[in-house]
Design a protein around this ligand. Sequence first.
Ligand SMILES: Nc1ncnc2c1ncn2[C@@H]1O[C@H](COP(=O)(O)OP(=O)(O)OP(=O)(O)O)[C@@H](O)[C@H]1O
Ligand SMILES: [Mg+2]
Length: 329
Amino acid sequence: MMIEARGLARTFKTKRGPVEAVQGVDLDVADGEIVGFLGPNGAGKTTTMRMLATLIKPTAGTATVAGYDLAKDPVGVRRGIGYVPQSGSTLPEAIAGDEVVDHARLYGVPKAKAAADGQRLFEELDLPGLWRRQCKTLSGGQRRRLDIVMGLIHDPRLVFLDEPTTGLDPQARANLWQHIRGLRDRGATIFLTTHYLDEADALCDRILVIDHGKIVASGTPDTLKQQVSGDAVRLSLADAAHAPAVTKIAEELEGATGFETDGDVVGFRIPRGGSVLPVLLRQIDAQGIELNGVEVHRPTLDDVFLTMTGRSLRDEEAPAPQQEKEVVA
Ligand SMILES: Nc1ncnc2c1ncn2[C@@H]1O[C@H](COP(=O)(O)OP(=O)(O)OP(=O)(O)O)[C@@H](O)[C@H]1O
Ligand SMILES: [Mg+2]
């Protein structure tokens, strides 16, 4: 196992009381896997990663990372990993190539090798001609790719990437996926966070979903999708007042679950949605109810997330902060 964590937890003390950011996470990441860590804003992804990368101490739990015990040998862990933080790591005034070489030298990579490897990575991650540029003059997407070069320059066996593709255009994203797969093919293990479900689906061998500091689902993209029972059906009604009648008809269908009404749309899940639809539509028609549209779709990772947590991963908003009532004496 490249990562093995048991009961990993971290509570932050704040003025408004303790924040239980990560609450007893168990993680197993095998050698040579690409594992995606998914969850909404504030779920605890970055906090978990920072613990595994020795940047903050767990309040509870144990872990071995890249073959070293997190608590007993953080220096060993640090030598074995690369870490690309969510917020980036380069100084605005510094020259891009110098940052890369300096970073590599921290890991004992000789200067000439660092420069050669760095320039090769610049080519591979499509940053040609930017080696002598000041970091602050790079575009957002270029700076993100520079962060990734920094995380890879010492050729780590285990790479942590916190939202590596946020802010990248589609081409740069596809290019980075290819690069990440190449790293895996050369034997590296990759643990990354992302908010893009298509990315997790296409890139990751395995996915872990975290919510409110706890792992709520894990598996390959396919096994996760199979856990969601059935296809999603959405019926758009001409008149929202008919929603209860339509729901009643659909409830008679065998295996239909998860009914939801949102204005003039009735949604539910059912196995083999396409084949039950004709029957359903005839019955709706027989009651003289008019539909504006019908959609059926196969389960996606977003459905998995919705099923597990009752919330959509597509929601870009952070969950409402827990309001502690202030006691006025
Ligand atoms: N240093 C800190 N002090 C207090 N609270 C913190 C600290 N760091 C993180 N938190 C809180 O811990 C929770 C988890 O944060 P974390 O950054 O791990 O989330 P995340 O899953 O990475 O979210 P995002 O998708 O927005 O990056 C949040 O409620 C956050 O406000
Ligand atoms: Mg984060």
